[in-house]
Design a protein around this ligand. Sequence first.
Ligand SMILES: [Cu+2]
Length: 125
Amino acid sequence: MQPAKDRFGLIVTLTMVFTMSFFVTGVFGADQPEQVIKITAKKFEYSPNEIRIKMGVPVVFEFTSLDRVHGFTVPGLGGIRATIEPGKITQVRIVAPKAGTYEFHCDLFCGDGHEDMTGKIIVEE
Ligand SMILES: [Cu+2]
């Protein structure tokens, strides 16, 4: 019966180590400010239009418009969307669950060239 007891002890130890590592991550994670990525929108482009983020790490996109109202949507990431208005800061929080390249685009008609107002989010593991 000794081996079974040893196994139980091992499981308890592993559980404690996991619990503590989650706790420690939580404590230190709280002090870490979320990464803010500033993006400007204007006819008919976003700048930057290629954004690299890490999988599972929350980031905040902070949009401003330099001219008129624009939209922002990422169909591949649960249809996240926002309306970007001039003179305002619009924040969008993104946590990408999977690595890959996700296209985003303006979904509010902003003139001739609106269709070309696109960009991509590259999510790295
Ligand atoms: Cu547009």
